[in-house]
Design a protein around this ligand. Sequence first.
Ligand code: MN
Length: 230
Amino acid sequence: MPLIAIAQNRRMSDYVESIRRAGGEPVEVVPGAETPEQILARVGGLMLTGGGDVDPSLYGDPPHATFEAAETGRDQFEIALSRAAVAGGVPFLAICRGMQVLNVAMGGTLVQDIPSQITGALDHSIREPRHHIAHEVWISKGSKLSALLADHMEDGETCHVNSRHHQAVKQVADGFVVTATSPDGVVEAMEMPDAPFCIAVQWHPENFWRTGEFRELFQGLVQAANNRTK
Ligand code: MN
């Protein structure tokens, strides 16, 4: 059973359950004891999760009035993990804040506050219930994400997702392509076509483990981790 490192956050249970149900063994990792390279050497894959805002100074922007920092040390730790995973071809699933961390780690930028900075934006901050369907996303045909979610799309490209974010990817990092957008143009997923498995989504697939709408995302990560550790 492949080990999947999950960078610790305040609310782990749905992430842990999603990995277990996909056949992986979750391992919570924290800053300090090991280097990112040491962590990634003993696991098959990496998952980054939700949380506070990435410090905008890390992509050269002044902070917006709504800026709410993540726990101390998370930005540095998760950016280092992201860079090491991409450099090492480690299977990597990045969720919500994790997608934003990955994009900044690889040189991209963020929209700091969707409601005040994107005219006509949909409501992307529907907090409860956590699996509430907030909006649709249009998934790029031919992407790895599209192949994984094939059984859950209408008309081959539309998928319905939850949404709890006020930030989003703006300038996509080099080497990545956008693979899903919502109808208001907000970036909802990206991936690295040249990597074995490097997929990021802005919604929260882990909240659906009871009903399995996005189980293929976690299965894809576990399978890629299994292939790596064989
Ligand atoms: Mn959204």
